[in-house]
Ligand binder design. Structure first.
Ligand SMILES: [Zn+2]
Ligand SMILES: [Zn+2]
Length: 338
């Protein structure tokens, strides 16, 4: 086996096209993974349309890849052939720059600060391909009982929302408001509920109200005033594509409340200084924060406590999958199978 199929993007806004590519070489400390599924993330859309640029086109994206190990490189003891693994975005750091000498857990923060990070599907080819070679230490074992289709969106989306909730560390019984019911939000509602919190979904889309309840939301409201009227929230999880909606929802934030920001929207985030100061609010950034949270996030899915809503596209339809993800038509995560 020397050739494989990969989804290649020739340039900004170009369609995703399945092409033949060489199967990657397995270097020392690498595993070769036969990819079975990979989810499309919002970041992929931004790289595909040229909004974000880390690597020259043509690109093979994909940082939600999962599959089985089919070969191991020299020196690999941590994984073996047959292991079911996932490869998150932050795969490896250089180890020799000033930042790496401080020995931080690997996360987006490493990717931003390391002088030469290996970021799956960002700085190196990703998992929208039949095979990927990755550093064995940059993989995570999938728990028994999780399907590849459910594991894929957990590799970034699920990891993102669970790591954010863990970073805020709400008190038992706290009231969590999830702002936005989309790719991240539909998972955030489920994770917060599974962890035992009172959950309010904040969405302006009326046809998502019933769905938010089915996902586990105790209360569903349209905006910050309604959030306040319903009893308010100790934590706002910012999962949406608009900062303005989150700033509006802060009207329903209780004293000493926390806003956790885990994604980036394109509008300017204009924070109200008065409430921030006088209510003692905190605005907290979250960036995956370490692989232990990914393991926890996968555990919820494996136990059936969280169920990603996915639309599956076989690799031959990868172009359609991108269309669905980039136009917001996918409900809620587009997953490509290989
Ligand atoms: Zn992502
Ligand atoms: Zn480094």
């Amino acid at each position: 086996m020397t050739q494989m199929k990969a989804a290649v993007i020739a340039g900004a806004n170009a369609p995703w096209v399945l092409e033949d590519r060489p199967v990657p070489e397995v270097g020392p400390n690498d595993v070769l993974v036969r990819i079975r599924a990979c989810g499309i993330c919002g970041t992929d859309v931004w790289m595909a349309n040229g909004t974000l640029s880390f690597h020259e086109f043509p690109l093979v994206l994909g940082h939600e890849g999962v599959g089985e190990v089919v070969a191991v490189g020299e020196g690999v003891t941590k994984r073996k052939v047959g292991d079911r693994v996932g490869i998150p975005m932050a795969q490896k750091v250089c180890g020799v720059c000033d930042f790496c000498h401080q020995e931080h857990p690997i996360s987006f923060v490493s990717g931003v600060n390391c002088a030469s990070p290996t970021l799956t599907g960002v700085t190196v080819n990703g998992a929208f391909a039949e095979y990927i070679a990755a550093d064995a230490n940059g993989t995570v074992l999938l728990p028994d009982g999780i399907t590849y289709e459910d594991a894929a969106p957990t590799m970034c989306a699920g990891y993102t929302v669970w790591a954010a909730l863990r970073k805020v560390d709400p008190k038992p019984g706290a009231r969590i408001a999830v702002v936005g019911v989309g790719g991240l939000g539909h998972l955030a509602i489920q994770y917060a509920k599974a962890a035992g919190y009172h959950v309010t979904a904040v969405t302006r889309t009326p046809d998502k109200h019933e769905l938010a309840r089915q996902l586990g939301a105790d209360v569903v409201v349209a905006d910050g005033e309604a959030l306040r009227a319903s009893g308010g929230a100790d934590v706002l999880m910012h999962t949406g594509s608009s900062h303005a909606v989150v700033v509006d929802a802060m009207a329903g934030l209780k004293p000493w409340g926390k806003v956790v920001v885990m994604g980036v929207a394109t509008d300017e985030m204009v924070l109200p200084a008065g409430p921030l100061a006088f209510q003692g609010y905190e605005v907290i950034g979250s960036a995956h924060n370490g692989m232990e949270y990914l393991v926890e996030a996968l555990g919820f899915v494996a136990r059936g406590e969280v169920k990603p809503m996915v639309e599956i596209f076989p690799k031959e339809r990868v172009g359609e999958a991108y269309e669905a993800a980039s136009t917001g038509k996918a409900r809620f995560k587009a997953v490509v199978t290989f």
